[in-house]
Design a protein around this ligand. Structure first.
Ligand SMILES: [Zn+2]
Ligand SMILES: [Zn+2]
Length: 156
């Protein structure tokens, strides 16, 4: 498999029908249907999702062993919030902020709020900086305009 193929097909989506060779159409949540015979097939995400639905107490190690999908790939699916594990599941992730067990994503609800507030503050600061730069840029231009091109060249 080529590098590019890996990039665009990280979940090994079925392209050709395993039964008749027809084209596979994406149906959602990792499921594909043959447009010729209707055969249903799954990509890695669909396979893992089905397994979790049928084996709610499974750990990442067990899911990986049963589906052949790597543990890191399963972790990535959970991180992307494409997969959410059930309450009774032993599958869990750790909050990036505090290490508490979470069901999906990067942060627990508390750290999620903190992260969102920090991001908003950062955005506000950046907007302020951009505004300040715009104002000073405008002032420089005005001065150059008044003093002429020679002054402008010397200043640079
Ligand atoms: Zn088919
Ligand atoms: Zn947390």
């Amino acid at each position: 498999m080529s590098e590019v193929g890996n990039l665009f097909d990280k979940y090994h989506k079925p392209v050709r029908c395993a039964r008749c060779g027809g084209g596979m159409i994406f149906k959602g949540v990792g499921e594909y249907a043959c447009d010729t015979c209707g055969y249903i097939d799954y990509d890695d995400y669909g396979i893992v999702r089905n397994y979790i639905e049928e084996n709610r107490g499974a750990t990442v190690v067990e899911i990986s062993a049963a589906t052949g999908v790597s543990q890191s790939q399963i972790q990535a699916m959970l991180r992307d919030e494409r997969l959410e594990v059930s309450e009774e599941s032993r599958v869990f992730l750790k909050c990036v902020g505090c290490g508490r067990e979470i069901r999906s994503g990067m942060y627990c609800p508390v750290c999620e709020k903190l992260a969102a507030a920090a991001a908003a503050k950062k955005r506000a600061r950046e907007a302020h900086e951009a505004h300040k730069q715009f104002i000073s840029g405008y002032e420089n231009e005005t001065r150059i305009g008044e003093d002429g091109a020679i002054r402008f060249r010397r200043e640079r």
